[in-house]
Design a protein. Structure first.
Length: 611
């Protein structure tokens, strides 16, 4: 017996019988596909004045194609330094599945390279570290891809989304290298590569939608419900993340460098009470800063604009002063702004920086000038707020290594921040986030924050493994968290800290705490390098070489090595020192020593958090 549709149901009895007959013949997967198909048909009918033409559904595959073995697999492979590529890859997976595309997400750091040749469709999301380098956790994948063991990739389709910072000369260099290499190995492009600046959200969303639409071209039935999925991602624990930060009260904000120091380093404590946010040692805290009001005033004067001038931000009205305070990057120059201002001002000097083969000159110019310098050097009359803002990037959060363990500092998060101040073109400038943080000393001060996980900078899972920590300046922050965590969990394995700064008397950060950890046996060894306390500068890599025999013994006994700090000086110097120590103490050649260190990285025993 066939049950008639309920009164008011918008189908006839005959149609109802046909639907029931179809429903009973479908598997669960086919039924889900069919529901999306009919949703798409309904959307098409609503947008048309006539019967749905056959062309509108001609490209829709039969059920066997969608649910059977003919469907191609999609892997979203990411390489991430700060977490943006990882977050974006997960969001792409959400949108792909909303389109009916089965997808998996893989981190280059743990990807089994032997399976690369067996992939079918690949979407690669990769950031660029420094001047065109691969993200630190993805280094081994890049080495494989550009090595002799890389397989032919005929039959694989791919597309690359790059994240980078256009102020660097080799903008999105890692993405470009992968894109070109995949072509060399015989893979076929699904879409042209896109290179996204730090304000990547909107261009990335458009590229992902277009690329996935191409993949799902034969399954258009589900496309009507997928377009809004990119931006809608469930928030992390506690409901707060990068898109919805928590307004954290400032508990303490003190200078911890001594009087007479050549720098200002602050210890800042924030309350996370009521946020539901949690973190682990090695994670970072995202800070959403505000721009300096004095710089805003100078910009407005140079542009001939006024604070209350109206502007729209994502279709919402705002004053120009508010927009410049909390929405736009207004300090560092970008190629986009120079190109924009060259058109507005007609300045041939700016236009000349944009020609073929001029990237080196452009990078040098951007290093010597800020946005305000360009406005003052090349004034534009009759400028509107919208004209000015059109060349600006969106203000991005800054990441700081967390200097506390939630096991010991419950409902709190601590930071170690060096306030960046310097002279440029005759005036004092400052780092956007660090100078803003330095002003948050009032009792009711707050700042928006979120947790950025860093799975590639973790204490050993085995608590009995020795730990070697190497850092300079504020790079010591995560090691404070490490030792707090070990204190809370009664860990007893050997630990060794190499720490460097400028002067012992003024810059020995957290000296009392390290001494307590030494006295209580939690810190086994401490080697210090204060570069400016003697005629010849001494750095942590010098101390490492002095202790080469013992350091090699620790490595041979299973120690994990951590490096945190400057990517241009500290990191390469420490890396070379490790290779030299292994070569000398292990009595092997440079090539074998290099392989030894690469094996440490591959095994997760050599981890770096450099910036």
């Amino acid at each position: 017996m066939t049950v008639a549709p309920a009164p008011g149901f918008p189908v006839s009895n005959t149609q109802w019988e046909q639907l029931q007959s179809l429903a009973h013949s479908l598997s669960p997967e086919q039924a889900l596909w069919a529901s999306g198909y009919f949703a798409g048909v309904g959307h098409a009918l609503r947008s048309s004045t006539s019967i749905l033409p056959s062309a509108a559904i001609a490209g829709v595959p039969d059920l066997a194609t969608v649910t059977g073995s003919a469907a191609r697999s999609l892997t979203i492979l990411y390489g991430s330094e700060t977490g943006n590529s990882a977050d974006l890859a997960r969001r792409v997976k959400t949108q792909a599945e909303a389109k009916g595309i089965k997808a998996t997400v893989a981190d280059m750091a743990g990807y089994k390279t032997r399976q690369l040749k067996d992939e079918q469709d690949l979407l690669v999301v990769v950031s660029t570290h420094g001047e065109g380098d691969a993200p630190e956790p993805a280094a081994e994948f890049f080495e494989f891809l550009f090595g002799r063991k890389a397989p032919k990739l005929a039959g694989i389709r791919f597309a690359v989304l790059g994240l980078g910072d256009s102020t660097y000369e080799h903008f999105c260099g890692a993405a470009r290298r992968i894109d070109e290499r995949f072509l060399e190995l015989g893979a076929e492009r699904l879409a042209e590569r896109i290179d996204c600046d730090v304000d990547y959200e909107d261009p990335a969303a458009a590229w992902v939608e277009e690329t996935l639409a191409g993949l799902a071209a034969k399954a258009t039935a589900t496309s009507s419900v997928a377009a809004a999925q990119f931006a809608h991602v469930p928030p992390v624990a506690g409901g707060y993340d990068k898109r919805r930060p928590f307004l954290a009260p400032v508990i303490e904000n003190i200078v911890i460098t001594g009087r007479g120091s050549s720098k200002e380093t602050r210890h800042i404590e924030l309350s996370l009470e009521g946020s539901g946010l949690s973190y682990r040692p090695g994670d970072a805290l995202g800070i959403v800063p505000r721009n300096d009001g004095r710089l805003i005033d100078r910009l407005l004067a140079a542009a001939g604009l006024n604070p209350p001038d109206a502007i729209e931000i994502k279709a919402q009205p705002a004053t120009l002063a508010d927009a410049l305070s909390s929405h736009f990057e207004i300090t560092a120059l970008t190629p986009r702004f120079i190109e924009h201002w060259a058109k507005l001002s007609g300045a041939s000097e700016l236009a000349g920086l944009l020609g073929e083969g001029k990237r080196g000159e452009l990078t040098s110019y951007m290093g010597r000038n800020h946005i305000v310098d360009v406005l003052e050097a090349f004034p534009v009359k009759g400028l509107t707020a919208a004209d000015f803002a059109a060349g600006l990037r969106t203000l991005q959060p800054r990441l700081y290594s967390i200097a506390s363990s939630s096991s010991l500092a419950e409902d709190e998060v601590h930071l170690t921040v060096s306030t960046l101040r310097y002279d440029l073109n005759g005036t004092q400038r400052g780092g956007v986030a660090s100078t803003h943080l330095a002003t948050l000393t009032e009792e009711d001060a707050t700042i928006p924050v979120y947790i950025q996980e860093n799975p590639h900078f973790r204490l050993p899972e085995d608590p009995d493994r020795p730990v070697i920590m190497i850092g300079a300046g504020t790079g010591v922050a995560p090691y404070r968290a490490f030792l707090q965590d070990r204190e809370a969990n009664d860990a007893t394995s050997p630990t060794w800290l190499f720490f460097g700064e400028r002067n012992f008397r003024t810059d020995f950060l957290y000296q009392v705490e390290w001494q307590r950890h030494l006295d209580e046996g939690r810190l086994s060894r401490l080697d210090l390098a204060f570069s400016r306390d003697q005629a010849e500068k001494t750095y942590v890599h010098h101390r490492m070489r002095e202790q080469g025999r013992d350091l090699y013994d620790w490595l041979e006994n299973g120690a994990h090595v951590y490096v945190c700090g400057d990517a241009e000086g500290l990191a390469p110097d420490v890396h070379r020192a490790l290779i030299d120590i292994v070569a000398q103490q292990g009595k092997v050649g440079a090539e074998e020593a290099d392989a030894y260190i690469r094996n440490l990285q591959r095994d997760g025993r050599y981890q770096r958090d450099v910036y």
